[in-house]
Every structure is written in C-alpha cells, then in structure tokens.
Design a protein. Sequence first.
Length: 317
Amino acid sequence: MRIVVLAGGIGGARFLRGLKSAVPDADITVIGNTGDDIHLFGLKVCPDLDTVMYTLGGGINEEQGWGRAEESFAVKSELAAYGVGPEWFGLGDRDFATHIVRTQMLAAGYPLSAVTEALCDRWKPGVRLLPMTDDRVETHIAVDLDGQRRVIHFQEYWVRLRASVAAHAIVPVGAEEAKPAPGVLEALADAELVLLPPSNPIVSVGTILAVPGIREAVASTSAPVIGLSPIVGGAPVRGMADKVLAAVGVEATAAAVAAHYGSDLLDGWLVDTVDADAVPKVRAGSMACRAVPLMMTDLEASAAMARAALELAGEVR
Ligand code: GDP
Ligand code: CA
C-alpha cells in the first residue's frame, strides 16, 4: 500500500515508527516540514527532517526525542569560548556533521531534496523522506518583548523562549512563493492513504499545507485522508502546541483541531479515549471519527494507533 504522511518532528517520527511496524510492507513517503529550518554558525539545520531520519534510522536520542544518541558538545563549547552563539540551540558534535554535509551539498548546488536523499543513504529510514519544498521557508512568530512587537524565528520562540509569551501571529515566510519539492504532488496523487500524524497542526502540518499546491493535492486525492489528534484531554501531550493554536484562534481540543483542518481535507479523525465525548461533534462536522488510545508510550502503542488509522480509512473508503 502506498501511504503518504505529512510529518513534523517528534510527533511525526514516533508515529512513523509505529506505522512501519504495523505495515512493514507499505511503501511510505514522508513529506517533512522545513518551516523550522534555521541557519546557525553558517550551517543549514533542518530539525524536523533530521528527527524523522534519526528516529527511523536508529540514531535518535530516545529520551529527548530529538538530536543524536550518545552525543557530546565539544564544538558548541568551543564556539561559546569564542563568544559565538546562540547557546540556546542544542547542537551536538555528531549532529554537527549532518549539518556540515547538508550545507556543503547545498553550496555545491544540490537541492534540499537531493541532499536529504543523500543523508538518508546513510540512515536508511525505510521511508522516502521528502522535504515539503526545496525553497527556503522559515516560520516567524510575532511576539511582544519588552513592550515592543517583534518578529522572531520560530526556533527562538520555541527553544529560547519556550513559548512563554503569547504568539500574536505565525508567518511561514517564503511559503507563498515556494514550490512543492519534486515527488511531493506525485506521491499525493498516487497515494492509497494519506495520514496526518499527531504533529503540531499549525507549525508542522499547517506549514506543509501552506506550500501552494499541497493542501489542494491532499484535499483532492482519491485516497482517504486520516488524522490523529495531537491534543489529548485538552492539552498537547508534549510541547507547547496550545500556544500556537491560541495564536490562530483555535481551541486546544481534539474536536477544534479537526474542525481547523476541515472536512474538505480530512475524511477521518482519531481522538484519544479520554476525548470520547468529542466523537459526535467531529462526526457532525462530516468526518468519520473514533476514540482510541493515542499515547505513544512505546512502539506497540504507536503501532496500534497506526492500525486504528488504517481501520478508519477502510470505513471511509
Ligand atoms: P515537533 O516538530 O518536534 O514539535 O513534532 P511534531 O510537530 O511532529 O509533533 C509535536 C506534537 O506531537 C505535539 O504538539 C504533541 O501534541 C504531539 N504529541 C507528542 N507525543 C504525543 C503522543 O504520545 N500522542 C499524541 N496524540 N500526540 C503527541
Ligand atoms: Ca518541528
């Protein structure tokens, strides 16, 4: 079965691990968010693509959910000794190598999609990992700091400020002019199933959908489109997704996120069992809906979520 998944970082990667285990023979294409990308120390860093690549390739720091396992931070501390920051972004020595290879290939003229393929030659994630676009897109967040409205990079908002101040606007800078990367629209057109994993609906999946043509391709595919709620019991399971939902006026509930995606996009939506009372509401919005456990506590739990998504797809097909 040809499955396409629109993924952010941790939520997307953990779900994908479950999906691979649930349907080992599936042909899986992942369209990854690149709105979180940032240039640091002259290097191009793609946090969400790397989280997917390391998680599926066995190189992830399991406790953290991002970055490399068995990491050391000699380069970062040497940079700090030169007074060169930022210090708030955790780049380890092993991870640095990935960004050096990526930056070198980009400088040589390869598009990000080709670079990602080359990096995946090493990691063998067992899926085809495509960036949403080869063009530069960077999510920026409008916040009030020291009584002034400022626009900062998403990573500064998320990692340095830990989303501790209200986000007033979220702008995927460059998205409007971006083109889907080679293979993205083709994969969506050929898909037999499209999945929205429990990734951040605004700054992960929302950014992917903001690339002109992608939302339309998901909405018009003949395949069922099934989403899994990243909101459980009125809160994001990990992270600060509620802050970016508030910025666009969406309540942090499983039903509100489904409505935000819309029934033009989604055919089915899975909510956690603690949100079972949302099921009639989602169904009233003309989507199939079921309540199943949605906590990715281990591989088996994530695989069970993937199986539930496949079952719901069977219902709407
Ligand atoms: P990021 O790019 O690393 O922030 O990762 P994603 O955008 O892919 O996923 C982040 C989202 O995953 C968070 O907003 C959480 O709501 C959601 N999430 C994380 N762990 C779980 C889980 O175990 N179950 C569910 N349902 N959602 C989760
Ligand atoms: Ca991310």
